[in-house]
Ligand binder design. Structure first.
Ligand SMILES: [Zn+2]
Length: 218
């Protein structure tokens, strides 16, 4: 049976730093059926669940629990004292997979657009040449125009292609920035780098000595 003692004294399992909380204020008991029982230990300022003072009561994740008048007790924080962040860590897999997919999508769509922009103008002089040859037999003006297009089109194509290629780092930068916010240790918030989720899973815990959050339940 799991028992977590809660209070201001340092010998509690869950230490609360609040002047209105008693030294040994309450305890949380994990029952065999998975339910949680919160018990007040004759505290000075009382324990309240959803606004009602209690001595002993079953509590649930969404209950609003006060120790004394000011301190809000978060059940998930109390249960986190064993440093188990496996649930939150599992959720990071989708973030990593989505990021990689989005990255590939941007890169391949851009490659296609760049090639298209670069190759179209090369095809243009041929078309222009045929049309000019058909319409303007012997006209020096039309010949001049067609020559001009033939010379300039590839240059324009290269320019447009390069411009399209330059868009990619900006789009990639945007998703990379979001990734840096989302792909972090659920406890300490440190960015985990572009390391595949599966590799992190093998590490089992956060490498930061001050964190050591458990990513995988043993
Ligand atoms: Zn961490």
């Amino acid at each position: 049976m799991m028992v977590v003692t809660i209070g201001k004294a340092s010998d509690n399992d869950f230490v609360v730093d609040d002047p209105h909380v008693s030294r040994h204020h309450a305890r949380l008991i994990g029952e065999e059926d998975g339910c949680l029982l919160l018990e007040d230990l004759n505290s000075t300022n009382g324990t309240f669940v959803n606004g009602v003072q209690i001595m002993k009561k079953r509590v649930f994740k969404n209950d609003v629990i006060y120790l004394g008048d000011h301190y809000v007790l978060s059940l998930s924080e109390v249960l986190k004292r064993d440093n188990d962040y496996s649930e939150e860590f599992t959720a990071l897999k989708k973030i990593y997979d989505d990021y990689i997919q989005e990255k590939i999508k941007i890169q391949s769509s851009n490659q296609f657009k760049t090639r298209l922009l670069q190759s179209l103008p090369f095809a243009l002089p041929g078309i222009v040449g045929v049309v000019m040859g058909f319409l303007g037999k012997g006209s020096p003006t039309l010949f001049g125009i067609s020559l001009f297009i033939a010379v300039c089109a590839p240059t324009i194509g290269i320019y447009l292609g390069a411009k399209q290629a330059a868009k990619v780092p900006r789009q990639l930068q945007k998703i990379a920035n979001q990734f840096k916010i989302d792909y972090v240790c659920p406890k300490c918030g440190t960015f985990l780098g572009e390391i595949p989720w599966e590799s992190l899973k093998n590490r089992k815990e956060c490498p930061r000595p001050s964190c050591k959050a458990k990513w995988v339940r043993e």
